[in-house]
Design a protein around this ligand. Structure first.
Ligand code: FMN
Ligand code: MN
Length: 459
């Protein structure tokens, strides 16, 4: 069976039944759908939620796919305990895609002058969002100079019929390609696929260079070649087993108001002038399942967590070969905070790790470096190290006026701290113990008395 969204849903239902919730009651796509997921979050639960009936559309909606680490591990086909390292190995495998002349996504083809995307579920996520957004659309584009395929998730603000507002961040490779076309006054062909196996959808969050074929990276992460088909109205290939494909052009030199929109920071991004996508065709599977990502919540942040951890790990390892593990916790939106454990071979290495962590990814604002007796995936252990191994005047590294991200509401401009901008003061805490002097031993019960005992024998 080909690995697609349906394959994955079945896998979650079979292997993690308590985290697969089916909602039979019809829900309103405006706020009510996300409200259900939000209510689970309030109870500390992050299940995958499958909405059978969504008002205004005949398509069911699945959301919150990426909100749990165990689901990400299942999606990448690896163990949760070795998630990042196994992910890195698969990211390097690169299995070339294969072309097919037909595929399920071609079961329904809609194009022509009267194209109207009103039939899709149009979901409004957060209170002050400018309107409904498609949040899981993976933008497929081709670098005109190398012909290499690339992908990225770019949210689409529904503006009616065949028109969407779309924000391509300045830093993105997609924007780099759009600039190449715009400099010649030309629109950029784009296809968005919605609904596929997580390993396919999340390949869009890998940080591989422009010019590297991302469909091969996708194959490596999926563990099988990706089946591709030719688009109807643009010269692009898209996954044949996607649920829905939207084809169109990003217009040259056109910018229209887009947002406010709930961002990864869990704040609203302000209204801005963004690109416009004009849709030329929609194709979809019979009984298509629509995939939504709950923006400004765990689903959104966790979608890029493992891929970012992989980049951060690889970069720090260049300077600190004894790095053990890395975690970009949800409390830091899986972007702004990094916990890094190292085996400290000599004094001063904690500071080298601090500096490398702060430069490993532009979005890292705070890094905490700990010894390898601390499990970085356990925030309480990390904070315990900070509480008991740190004296701030010696442990802190502070780097003012570094770029982080303009969406961070505390970011400032180079002219004045009072003005909003994209600069940030980065800081790191070296919470490792000194090694040239004795440090007190931590207190605990001997391991053989608890680690592997079966508590039921005592009840
Ligand atoms: C749910 C989700 C939504 C995203 N929305 C946007 C967006 O609207 N604009 C943007 O620039 N990046 C967005 N991103 C980040 C990009 O998808 C990501 O940086 C990607 O790697 C860019 O790909 P590219 O560099 O190949 O163009 C989003 C990420 C996720 C997980
Ligand atoms: Mn990409």
């Amino acid at each position: 069976m080909t690995k697609d969204l349906r394959y994955f849903l079945k896998e979650v239902e079979d292997k993690q039944p308590n985290d697969f919730v089916r909602i039979k009651k019809e829900v309103d796509p405006k706020f009510e759908l996300c409200g259900v997921i939000r209510k689970f979050q309030d109870d500390g639960r992050y299940p995958l939620v499958y909405f059978e009936k969504v008002r205004g559309s005949k398509f069911p909606v699945v959301s919150n796919l990426f909100a749990s680490k165990s689901r990400l591990a299942l999606g990448f086909g690896v163990n949760e305990s070795t998630l990042v390292k196994d992910y890195m190995a698969n990211e390097d495998k690169k299995i070339p895609s294969k072309m097919s002349s037909d595929g399920p996504v071609k079961e329904n083809i809609i194009k022509g002058d009267n194209l109207d995307l009103g039939f899709l579920p149009h979901i409004t996520h957060n209170e002050k969002d400018a309107g409904p957004y498609i949040t899981s659309g993976v933008s497929v584009f081709k670098d005109p100079d190398t012909g290499a395929y690339d992908t990225g998730i770019f949210r689409l603000m529904y503006k009616g019929k065949n028109k969407f507002g779309v924000l391509y961040g300045d830093y993105s490779k997609a924007m780099h390609v759009i600039r190449k076309f715009e400099s010649k006054g030309k629109p950029t062909e784009m296809a968005f696929f919605i609904g596929h196996h997580p390993a396919s959808t999340l390949t869009s969050q890998t940080k591989v260079p422009l010019g590297m074929d991302e469909f091969s990276v996708m194959g490596g992460l999926l563990g099988e070649p990706v089946d591709l088909v030719q688009c109807e109205t643009v010269d692009l290939h898209v996954p044949a087993f996607a649920e829905i494909v939207i084809e169109g052009h990003v217009l040259a030199e056109v910018r229209e108001p887009e947002a406010p929109f709930g961002e990864y920071t869990w704040y609203y991004g302000l209204e801005r002038m963004s690109h416009v996508l004009e849709v030329t065709a929609v194709t979809h599977r019979n009984n298509a399942i629509y995939h939504d990502i709950f923006s400004a919540h765990a689903d959104h942040n966790m979608a890029a967590k493992v891929q970012r951890e992989a980049v951060v790990y690889k970069r720090i390892k260049l300077a600190v070969p004894s790095i053990k593990d890395v975690e970009l916790p949800l409390s830091g939106t899986c972007r702004h905070i990094a916990y890094v454990s190292i085996k400290k071979d000599y004094d001063g290495l904690g500071k080298i790790a601090s500096l490398s962590a702060l430069s490993a990814d532009p979005m890292i604002k705070i890094a905490i470096i700990v010894d390898d007796d601390i499990n970085v995936h356990n925030e309480q252990e990390v904070m315990w190290a900070v509480a008991t191994r740190v004296q701030a005047d010696r442990a802190l590294t502070i780097v003012p006026e570094a770029y982080v991200a303009e969406l961070d509401p505390s970011a400032y401009s180079i002219r004045s701290r009072a003005d909003r901008g994209s600069l940030n003061t980065k800081w790191a805490i070296d919470a490792t113990k000194p090694i040239d002097q004795p440090f007190q031993e931590s207190a605990d019960v001997p391991k053989q008395y608890w680690k592997s005992i079966d508590i039921s024998n005592y009840l």
